[in-house]
Structure formats: structure tokens, C-alpha cells
Design a protein around this ligand. Sequence first.
Ligand SMILES: NC(=O)c1ccc[n+]([C@@H]2O[C@H](COP(=O)([O-])OP(=O)(O)OC[C@H]3O[C@@H](n4cnc5c(N)ncnc54)[C@H](OP(=O)(O)O)[C@@H]3O)[C@@H](O)[C@H]2O)c1
Length: 311
Amino acid sequence: MRPPLTGYPLGALSPTVGRGEGEGGFGHYPRFFAKAFANNRDRLQPMELGLKGKVVLVTGASRGIGRAIALVFAAEGCRLALASRTPSALAAVAEEVEALGSEARHWATDVTDPTQVETLVRNVCRAWGGIDVLVNNAGGGYAKAFEAVGDEEWERIVNLNLFSAIRLSRAVLPSMKERGDGQIINIAALSGRVPRLGQIASNAAKAALINFTESLAAEVASHGIRVNAVCPAAILTERWQQRVAHYGKEHGLSIEQAMTALAGKGIPLGRFGLPEEVASAVVFLASERAGFITGVSIFVDGGMGRSVSIP
Ligand SMILES: NC(=O)c1ccc[n+]([C@@H]2O[C@H](COP(=O)([O-])OP(=O)(O)OC[C@H]3O[C@@H](n4cnc5c(N)ncnc54)[C@H](OP(=O)(O)O)[C@@H]3O)[C@@H](O)[C@H]2O)c1
């Protein structure tokens, strides 16, 4: 447990403030706080995220949202540990990270395999001495009705979307606790709050992931570790690109027309989201600027979660 009055950002509360300076009584509290937080004027600067040099492990980093997350962290000067099952695709993303002037290493890992997860975390810690930010992004689902999903399929989906995050969190926590710092960000989905028809297994796994995020955040907050979730919907990764193309072919529309028609069907902002827009939310949550945010889910969904009322 950290002692009280530590962990405030920017070193605002110096140990001498409020002691031995005639400030002991509570009547002097305005002076105490004015002095204690004087440094907070430093915050009135363009957003400096304070992520330079941080070690960030991203799972599912070989394409889609995971790749975008890796690149946006790279643009902030972080060191990227990239994991997924496909070494060639990871190597290509590592090159993109390096082209942005940041370091990257990659490890072929199936996150549903507990042994491979342990090896991954050990390798990253050996390479860079620890992990500052863990992004549990690997995941996914498919369209199938309840009666078509057997036990094996349920286990596969829950393993990929939930257990991978549980095991990776378990593996990184000891070193984060030791340092009294660290961020875990889980990529869940809007469908974990508002179920999507025909995706029962991943809906349930993502709902559990959101609850896991909230529960773990409460357990580790006293160690200075923050745990948050980002919940995307309708992000234009390969899967949605294929759907758009298929819809266009079926209805005799161009790709642009198909995109407009599909987005018009239920996305209040009237367009699909971009992987980089999810990545920006992740990077913000990992940053010093989000230092007082834990246990939340940020929905990057164009308003689909009914946070925007449709006239
Ligand atoms: N796109 C959306 O609209 C949307 C909406 C809601 C939620 N999400 C969530 O956002 C995350 C990323 O989605 P995406 O659209 O970018 O998916 P994607 O394009 O299908 O990419 C999935 C990534 O996960 C990796 N992966 C899959 N199984 C893995 C395993 N067993 N071990 C290690 N890596 C594995 C894949 O790499 P390899 O094949 O190389 O292993 C790939 O890098 C997922 O958790 C997804 O559920 C996306």
C-alpha cells in the first residue's frame, strides 16, 4: 500500500508542505492547497502525454486496431512489444514502428496458450526490464445463432476474448506492483454492453471482460495501477471492409455508396470509425493525462451505444 498523499501527479505535494511552516491548522487550508498544487499550472500546456520511453505490450498487433494502437504509441516515443500468431505480419508492423523513430520487438504468441503467454511476458521483461502498459487487444467473434454454438466454440471465444486478458494481467501485475505503477487497457466492445444479434459468445465474453476490468481496477488501485477498457464498434478494419464490399456487390453499389448506406443504418455519426480513433482513446487512457481515471469503459462507437439520442 502506498502511504497517503503520494501518487499525486507532477510532484505537487512536497513533504514539507503543511508541516513546520505555521500551516498546521485547518484554517490555513487555502494556503496549503495553493502551495501544494502550484505546479499544476504546468498542466496548462499543450497535451504532453508523458509516454516517452514507456514499454507497451500490444496483443493482436499484426493488423487492424492492434496495429493502429502500436503505431500511435510509437508516435509518442514508446518502445513496442508486439504479439500475435503471425511473425511475418508482426515484422512488417515492427518496421512501421521503427520508421516512426521508435523501438520495436515482436514475439509470435498465441494468447490462448497459457505457456506462450508466460513466455511472452518473460521475454519482454528480459528485453526491457518491465512492462509499463499492457494492451489486451487480441480478440474477435463471428456471426452464429445460439443453437449453432457448441461448448468447444464457446470455450475458444471465451479463451480468446477473456482468458487471454486474465492470464496476461496476472503475468504483468507482480512487476507493476513492485514499481507501484502500470496501466492495463482491455479492448472490449460495444457488444459487451449492448449485445449484437448473432454474436452471443463474443457478446458474453466482452461483457465479462468489461466487468473484469472494473473488478481488477478496484483490486489494484491502491498499488497505483490503473485498469480501463475501450469498447469499439463499427471500426473499418478488414472484417468491416469485407462486409462493406459484400453489401455493395449484393446491392449493386460502389464501395463509397455501400459505406454510406451501411453507416446510415444505425451509426449516429453517419460513418464508420477508424482504427486510429480507437488507438487514440487507448493512448490517452495510458497517459499521465488520464492519471485519475480507472475502471472505466470508453465507447468508441460513433454514438451507437445510444449515448446520442436519435431524433
Ligand atoms: N473492428 C471492430 O469494429 C471491432 C468492434 C468491437 C470490438 N473489436 C475488438 O477489437 C479488437 C481488435 O479487433 P480488429 O477488428 O482489429 O480484429 P482483427 O483485424 O481480426 O485483428 C485481430 C488481431 O488479433 C490477433 N489474434 C487473433 N487470435 C489470436 C490469438 N489466438 N493469439 C494472438 N493473437 C491473435 C490477430 O493476429 P494473428 O492472426 O496474427 O494472430 C490480429 O492481429 C478485438 O478484441 C475485437 O473484438 C473490434
